[in-house]
Design a protein around this ligand. Structure first.
Ligand code: SAH
Ligand code: DHB
Ligand code: MG
Length: 234
């Protein structure tokens, strides 16, 4: 009886904590990262086209803008566009004359992205390139340096995406990768190629002397999030 009631007290406490975290997240989103019609349209268009709802959160979008401001980003590269939601956040961080290039393997996704960008008023400063990122990345070297690179495509080539990002970066560039925690699964031995790719990515950014890096849990329930790396000046 006592044990049961202390267990239910504990459950109530856990539920209160979860509600508190949700309400804090909602308040931060409302105050710092409100979505406008353009962003909401991209979400609806993705849903309409049957794309999975795996875009970043509004807080993550705002954080990308903060990082873009920190490195004075005029040229941004995104790997993995989906419906254009993160691309809109990124494109809106650009100054006059700035440019976002986003790479997307799925032509149907790319079509949604172009519509989303047009609807959000960022078509003029964005370009969607269709193909496998690993095929497209070498062709970007003539357009380097990129001030910010956002990696959010298939997970097993994350280490190769990091190599490419480093080739395309300058000192002070910021490299961000999504889904680098994955509920802690990337810290466990795994048979999953995606997990292993992200685990290797994390090992490299933690030890590469060219970078200063950190994993930040920052999805809705703080079990997944960004890896953020700054390319050092020396
Ligand atoms: N950044 C988006 C979410 C991207 S989801 C947002 O937050 O709004 C991952 C996207 O990467 C999908 O659209 C998928 O089609 C694309 N993708 C998967 N493998 C890819 C590859 N090898 N090259 C380029 N894009 C790829
Ligand atoms: C998946 C991919 C993502 O980029 C993401 O943010 C969430 C989920 C996925 O492939 O399941
Ligand atoms: Mg992602």
């Amino acid at each position: 009886m006592t044990e049961n009631s202390s267990e239910s007290t504990r459950l109530v406490q856990l539920e209160q904590q979860a509600n508190l975290r949700r309400s804090i997240e909602t308040t931060i989103s409302e105050r710092f990262a409100p979505e406008d019609e353009g962003l909401r349209h991209a979400l609806a268009a993705g849903e309409e086209a049957g794309l999975p709802p795996i875009q970043i959160s509004p807080i993550q979008g705002r954080f990308l803008q903060l990082l873009a401001a920190a490195c004075n980003a005029r040229k941004i590269l995104e790997i993995g566009a989906l419906a254009g939601y993160s691309g809109i956040w990124l494109a809106r961080s650009l100054p006059e004359g700035g440019r976002l290039i986003t790479l997307e393997v799925n032509p149907a996704h790319a079509e949604v992205v172009r519509n989303s960008f047009a609807h959000a008023g960022v078509a003029d400063r964005t370009e969607v390139r269709v193909g496998k990122a690993l095929d497209l990345l070498p062709g970007l070297e003539s357009e380097a340096p990129f001030d910010l690179v956002f990696i959010d495509a298939d997970k097993s080539p994350y280490p190769q995406y990091l190599e490419a990002a480093l080739r395309l970066a300058r000192p002070g560039s910021i490299i961000v990768a999504d889904n680098c925690i994955r509920g802690g699964r990337v810290f466990q031995p795994s048979e999953d190629e995606g997990n292993n790719g992200v685990a290797e990515y994390n090992r490299r950014i933690a030890s590469d002397p060219r970078l200063i890096s950190l994993l930040l849990p920052m999805d809705e329930d703080y079990t997944d999030g960004f890896a953020v790396s700054v390319v050092r000046y020396s």
